[in-house]
Ligand binder design. Structure first.
Ligand code: ADP
Ligand code: MG
Length: 488
């Protein structure tokens, strides 16, 4: 059976089902102050210490647009290759909730600041473009805290009024893996731009996940359910898998899917119904009379466009072209701006190929192991250069380099010092090596004659012995040359 393993399909009784996913990502705008007030947005402040009269909705208070947040949204729009709308409108989305003192959220409905765009995913199977429906600006709500007291709920309004970008994808995603790649790519673009820090633990990036299923090959989309406010990629992936299986089971048992809003219970590993899906008309959207429509100056858009930094896709192309990296290597190295900068710093004065392998291999493994980012790495670019150059110059062998790295990754120490302290300097003196090899051949006469009578494999044995006796410091190239000569 030739099944396309790259395809994520769910096996049902009636056949295979395709999963269709669309994401509404809420990304907190990186900005010192809120969307319509001057209050601070710093994370982790004491409850209700970053709340102005606007954020707490005192009667008569007027919102004032934060121009910086507008620029951030435009920047993000350009970063996802989207249409920037020079005319957009802020609307009131009316609903009641304890942590929403206004009784409405200021959002954008019919006229968002950013229209259709596109994000390219780098998947194992190649690239895939995911359509973006829109990006609009809106206020975040406050936070209700239910677990501080058995009989009371507390409200913290620090988050109230913080600017969010809601980035809505088209229903183009087809698997948990694609969702993983999509969120990571979007986050990477925003981090390059400096428009959202993408910190999911702090809630700076979360998503509503829309899921539906259809028979493989069907053209028509199925009815979707929306899983609200998922704040980790892992949970998004788990929620999608569970929700899709739940829908397949329901449909196959003759029931139909009701469009509804569900939540993902991370402890029980299941999605549960929250409420039936509200429609736009339930919110009684109307343009906020306190805010004029937003008319963006064309010059402002042009200026932002001109000042955009190099983005991940462009950097990737440049890395492939200028440094002859493979697509895989380039993808890994550009995924974080800081990693790319580290790499470029290192290869200014060190071998590209070795730098690529050491950074993607040993350095990444050690960062993963410690669960830290490259900015927190004890090994700085300068030390990485020094290690790589010690290998290129023949000062140490690749094997000794691993030993040096083991010390560096914990201490960040200078590799040349470690090499001296541990006596790892490579033996490259032919005389010294010859003596060492003569001794080995002398002690293994039987193997020498076996080798000479055709047992070629024994060559490796002699090399191994030389490395062992020298404590890994013999120059392997020289050992090879000398052995070949002596065993002729
Ligand atoms: P709402 O505010 O009602 O959730 P939006 O337009 O903001 O509507 O978002 C709808 C999201 O649902 C989009 O990300 C879209 O791609 C996705 N979506 C729409 N139809 C389907 C479907 N049949 N299956 C899965 N996702 C869908
Ligand atoms: Mg929605």
């Amino acid at each position: 059976m030739s099944e396309d393993k790259s395809k994520y399909l769910i096996d049902g009784i009636q056949g295979k089902w395709e999963v269709v996913i669309g994401l509404e990502v809420h990304a907190q705008v990186s900005s010192k102050s809120k969307l319509f007030s001057g209050s601070s947005t710093t994370f982790g402040g004491d409850p209700n210490t970053q709340v102005s009269l606007v954020d707490s909705a005192f009667p008569g208070m007027l919102p004032v647009i934060n121009e910086y947040c507008i620029e951030q949204a435009v920047k993000t729009g350009l970063g996802i290759n989207a249409q920037i709308n020079s005319y957009s409108v802020f609307d009131r989305k009316n609903y009641f909730y304890a942590d929403l003192p206004q009784g409405y959220q200021i959002s954008q409905f019919k006229n968002p600041i950013v229209g259709e765009g596109e994000i390219t995913l780098d998947l194992k199977t190649g690239t895939k473009n995911i359509g973006i429906e829109r990006l609009h600006l809106e206020q975040d709500a406050g936070k209700s805290i239910h677990d501080l007291d058995p009989s009371n709920t507390f409200v913290d309004l620090n988050r109230s009024g913080i600017a969010l970008m809601e980035i809505v994808s088209k229903p183009d995603l087809r698997s948990p893996d694609e969702v993983n790649a999509y969120v990571k790519k979007l986050r990477s673009i925003m981090r390059y731009l400096g428009t959202c820090d993408g910190n999911m633990q702090e809630g700076s990036l979360r998503a509503d996940v829309n899921v539906s299923v259809r028979k493989e090959g069907d053209k028509k989309l199925g009815t979707r359910c929306e899983i609200k406010n998922v704040n980790s990629i892992k949970f998004m992936q788990m929620a999608i898998d569970h929700e899709a299986r739940r829908q397949v089971e329901l449909i196959e048992s003759g029931e139909s899917i009701v469009q509804e809003t569900r939540l993902f219970d991370t402890k029980k590993n299941e999605t549960r119904s929250m409420r039936s899906k509200e429609d736009a008309h339930d919110y009684r959207y109307f343009p906020d009379p306190d805010l004029l429509p937003l008319n963006l100056d064309k010059n402002l858009i042009e200026k932002i466009k001109k000042n955009l930094p190099e983005l991940p896709d462009q950097k990737k192309e440049r890395f492939i072209k200028d440094y002859s990296l493979s697509t895989y290597e380039a993808n890994v190295l550009v995924s974080e701006k800081e990693v790319a900068a580290f790499f470029e710093e290192v290869i200014k004065t060190a071998d590209k190929k070795l730098a690529t392998n050491w950074i993607i291999g040993d350095l990444f493994a050690s960062l993963n192991e410690k669960n830290i980012s490259i900015s927190e790495s004890p090994i700085k670019a300068k030390e990485m250069v020094s290690l790589i150059n010690s290998i290129s110059s023949g000062l140490i062998s690749g094997r000794a380099a691993k030993e040096v790295f083991e010390v560096m990754k914990d201490t960040g120490a200078n590799p040349v010092k470690i090499i001296e302290e541990k006596g790892l300097k490579q033996k490259s003196d032919p005389k010294e090596l010859e003596a060492l090899i003569d001794k080995i051949l002398e002690e293994n006469k039987d193997k020498v004659s076996q080798y000479k009578s055709g047992k070629d494999k024994l060559f490796g044995f002699f090399v191994g012995q030389a490395m062992k006796v020298s404590g890994g410091t013999a120059n392997p190239q020289l050992v090879n040359d000398i052995l070949k000569n002596k065993l002729k």
